[in-house]
Ligand binder design. Structure first.
Ligand code: FEO
Length: 397
């Protein structure tokens, strides 16, 4: 991999992970991802912003050599998670004299995670600056994107915001800059990233967003994905994604062993469609869990569907519901549909797993065996109820 220039004396020297197919061992990646590390050569000092996932250390080292770096004065650590910090100990060994510049909370994390020593650090606080000579770095403490110690770094003279995981995207692309033509791909990669990583912290991001808006930004350089030459694109995405608003959308997440629950899902999908509600059904045997996370971020309603298995929900449904609940979704209405043969506590188990939700629970529809006339009537009533509720909150005119 080659290093890539943003402006004179500022370049990206990190690594593209073309082959990574799972992030956090949780969401599939179709496009890979990247761990961006930024080199800034000032007239007096040289700084590196973040490092790379430790398995990509050789790429970072090669890029630094290729960029002619024989000395690093400061390694800025915006975030202690190992996909950015994991190569820090090796970088400190390779460049003796380099100091890690970060905030007190991040320093504590780095000491815990990487066993760095007190003397390795220079500690900064919100709005502190360090001078590299003709370039100045300003630090903006911006906690909970998505860990408590996160911060952003702003290069004042070149108007570049190094935004850490904020505005990141799971995109592997040799082109450094996100192009206008690729905005759909970038949007997908950024939303996939946001939905898993940032969505549970959307209120924290929204409440601090003025710290970004008040900067004069020419480039946003996140820790994953491409650099934004058009910062408004990703800023506007985040304004929408972090808003408390929901859309006229119902997500149905389900599994079906013998077709009874599937029939109910098909019927409900059709009834909701007739009522002009956007429906997105996810059969969990074929679902990309990352895509499911993307769709639930702004859905007004979520319906969980399951066959009853051994007295409870299908295990694939348990996995999806558990993940969905962890995202602390802004869903307004939730219900359950499904089928059972005898006894069991499927409904209670599903409800008990949704403890993070502040949604109104709509009467569930559980069929004994294959759904019959009464069950279909109840599914029509469920569709009516979702329709009325969407009208009530103003997402359906
Ligand atoms: Fe990309 Fe939170 O690390």
């Amino acid at each position: 991999m080659a290093y890539r220039k943003i402006v004179d004396n500022v370049c990206e020297v990190g690594a593209i992970d073309w082959n990574r197919r799972s992030f956090d061992e949780l969401v599939p990646l179709h496009e890979g991802t990247s761990y961006n590390s930024y080199l800034i050569k000032g007239s007096e000092k040289i700084a590196l912003i973040d490092t790379v996932d430790p398995k990509m250390l050789p790429v970072l080292v090669d890029n630094l050599k290729e960029a002619g770096v024989d000395r690093i004065d400061y390694v800025i650590s915006n975030h202690a998670e190992q996909d950015h910090s994991g190569s820090l100990p090796d970088v400190l060994k390779l460049y003796p004299g380099a100091k890690v510049v970060t905030n007190p909370k991040c320093k504590a994390f780095l000491q815990d995670l990487l066993l760095l020593k007190e003397e390795d650090f220079i500690t900064i606080n919100d709005n502190d600056r360090i001078s590299l000579g003709d370039k100045t770095l300003r630090f903006i403490i911006f906690p909970w994107v998505h860990w408590p110690e996160t911060m952003l770094t702003y290069l004042e003279e070149d108007k570049i915001l190094f935004s850490c995981d904020l505005f990141g995207s799971h995109v592997a692309d040799s082109r450094l800059f996100a192009t206008k033509e690729d905005e759909i791909l970038v949007y997908e990669g950024a939303l996939r990233y946001f939905s898993e990583i940032m969505y549970p912290f959307r209120d924290n991001i929204r409440n601090q967003f003025s710290k970004v808006l008040e900067l004069d930004i020419k480039y946003i350089a996140p820790s994953h994905g491409q650099v934004y030459e058009n910062p408004d694109f990703i800023i506007n995405c985040y304004k929408e994604w972090t808003s408390p608003e929901v859309k006229n959308k119902a997500v149905i997440v389900y599994n079906s062993m013998h077709g009874s629950t599937e029939k109910m899902v098909q019927f409900l999908t059709s009834e909701l469609t007739k009522r002009n509600i956007t429906v997105v059904p996810f059969h969990l045997s074929v679902t990309d869990i990352g895509k499911l996370a993307m769709e639930v971020t702004d859905a007004a309603t979520v319906v969980v569907g399951s066959s009853q298995v051994l007295g409870g929900m299908h295990p694939s449904v348990a996995y999806a519901v558990y993940f969905y609940n962890l995202l602390r979704p802004k869903t307004k209405f939730v219900s359950v549909i499904g089928s059972f043969g005898w006894g069991g506590k499927m409904l209670e188990h599903i409800q008990s797993m949704l403890y993070n939700l502040k949604a109104e629970f709509i009467t569930p529809v559980i069929a004994k065996g294959y759904p019959k006339d009464d069950d279909f009537k109840n599914l029509e009533k469920l569709a009516d109820s979702i329709f009325e509720n969407h009208k009530k909150i103003g997402v359906l005119k």
